[in-house]
Design a protein around this ligand. Structure first.
Ligand code: NAD
Length: 451
């Protein structure tokens, strides 16, 4: 049996290893899950909720240890890893109540017919996940699927198998054998899982892989939930609080070394304030200490691997060759890329239209709101978008013209508790979280009788 060795991108040390699931064994893993699913479904929502409720306590008790594992495996600063886990722990009680409410049957009576709408499990859900939030992304896929009564075959990213394994082990103690099965490997195991006898594929990852999965799922009309990449714009209107907008731009461009689906990847700033905005952005960029995520001073860790680093450097070189200027950063050593501010970016450059997934802030100066909106929407992606401006109808109007799925006004894209996590256009298909998102893990069924 082959093994998958996980190495720290900061130090290249071996963090650990897992046994790869042979591709030929993937159908048997799915069969195990299918055999275990009916008994899990039979517990009912309340029974499953009670079985899963202890996850918060278990994760909370090991939070620091698991955060260190996440940092060692994929590089993000320890504080960010702790934040990723803390959000799950703190949100879980509410999340369970919200899912349970979403799954409750509803009765509709029109005077002639009485119907009950049920939200039943599909059967077996494949959860295929990325490395950038190596516990949160699995949790977003695996947990609602389980509460809904599905069995889950979970594939962590090949970059973060140990973090995925640790999450799965916390859950495995809470559910009957076979209800959660972990498959380790890369794209090959992912493809085998998609091709196997699964009913729903919940995927978070790149747009390219999402398209392949959707095509592969079509022959069996398997359900898919796809959360894909983005190229999120930030519009800074001339009415904005420039300092606040620049601080946000720096944080949201460099968090997780820019390896976030909702990173700010493009900034459109109004000409009258552009110089001031860029100066403040450069000043904020200088504060971003680069280093090993385990060092307390570190604000920006390494790229997850050499492929990702080379992709970022290639985009920077292409932008420079096409006339953009690097006004801060631009350097690199090993897998560390300096936080970089680029001005004069246009959409002919790869940097202007392809997901970067690196610590790069790309600035384009615009002459009016229409130009800002046109450029912000000039993308096949549609995950998040942000607008900074005065708290007025003009700013709100610009926000409503944006074609992304999640739009933040004078803040990031994160919505109030209970709202969906949703990508528009080529950033996603279906969605999760919120009442309607939880129901995407279920088969709707309507039972009717005469009044
Ligand atoms: P990736 O698509 O390379 O891999 C994601 C997972 O899919 C991995 O487990 C991988 O082994 C597997 N995989 C790859 N190709 C596959 C295929 N053809 N069939 C089945 N499985 C396959 O993505 P990544 O590099 O791990 O993650 C980064 C991407 O994820 C970025 O594009 C980022 O924007 C996106 N992302 C999106 C969200 C969101 O909520 N929309 C959240 C986090 C990350």
């Amino acid at each position: 049996m082959s093994t998958l060795v996980s190495r720290s991108p900061a130090t290249d040390e071996v963090v650990g290893e897992v046994t790869v699931t042979p591709v030929a064994d993937v159908p048997a893993a799915v069969a195990r899950a299918r055999a275990a699913q009916p008994a899990w479904a039979a517990l009912g929502v309340a029974g499953r909720v009670e079985r899963l409720r202890p996850l918060a306590g278990r994760l909370g008790a090991r939070l620091d240890e698991l955060a260190r594992l996440v940092t060692r495996e994929m590089g993000k600063p320890l504080r960010e890893a702790q934040g990723e886990l803390r959000a799950i722990v703190d949100g879980l009680p509410h999340e369970l109540d919200e899912i349970a409410a979403a799954l409750a049957p509803e009765t509709v009576d029109d005077g002639k017919v009485v119907s009950t709408i049920h939200h039943d499990p599909f059967g077996v859900c494949a959860a295929i996940t990325p490395w950038n939030f190596p516990v949160a992304m699995p949790h977003w896929m695996v947990f609602p699927a389980l509460v809904a009564g599905n069995a889950v075959v979970f594939k962590p990213s090949e970059e973060t198998p140990l973090s995925g394994q640790a999450y799965a082990e916390l859950l495995a103690g809470l559910v009957p054998d076979g209800v959660l099965v972990t498959v380790h490997g890369d794209e090959a195991q992912g493809k085998a899982l998609v091709a196997a006898d699964v009913d729903l594929i919940a995927f978070t990852g790149s747009r390219a892989a999402g398209k392949q999965i959707m095509a592969a799922a079509a022959s069996g009309l398997k359900r898919v939930i796809l959360e894909l990449g983005g190229k999120d714009p930030l519009i800074v209107l001339d009415s904005a609080d420039v300092d606040r907008a620049a601080v946000f731009a720096a944080r949201n461009s460099y968090r997780n070394a820019g390896q976030m689906c909702v990173s700010t990847e493009r900034i459109y700033v109004a000409r009258p304030i552009a110089e001031r905005f860029v100066a403040r952005l450069v000043a904020e960029t200088a504060k971003m200490t680069v280093g090993d995520g385990l060092d307390e001073a570190t604000k920006v860790g390494p790229m997850v691997n050499a492929r990702q680093r080379d992709h970022v450097l290639r985009q920077l070189a292409d932008a420079r060759a096409r006339g953009a200027q690097i006004v801060a950063g631009g350097g690199h050593r090993e897998l560390f890329v300096e936080p970089t501010v680029v001005v004069g970016v246009d959409h002919a450059m790869d940097l202007g239209h392809e997901e970067t997934f690196g610590p790069v802030a790309c600035v384009t100066v615009v002459d009016d709101d229409d130009e800002a909106v046109r450029l912000a929407n000039d993308t096949r992606y549609g995950l998040g978008a942000c607008v900074f401006g005065a708290d007025d109808a003009r700013t709100a109007g610009v926000a409503r013209r944006l074609t992304a799925g999640m739009i933040g006004v004078n803040q990031g894209v994160y919505g109030a508790r209970g709202t969906p996590w949703v990508g528009a256009r080529e950033s996603g298909y279906a969605f999760h979280s919120s009442r309607d998102g939880h129901r995407n893990f279920t088969q709707t069924r309507v039972l009717s009788r005469p009044r």
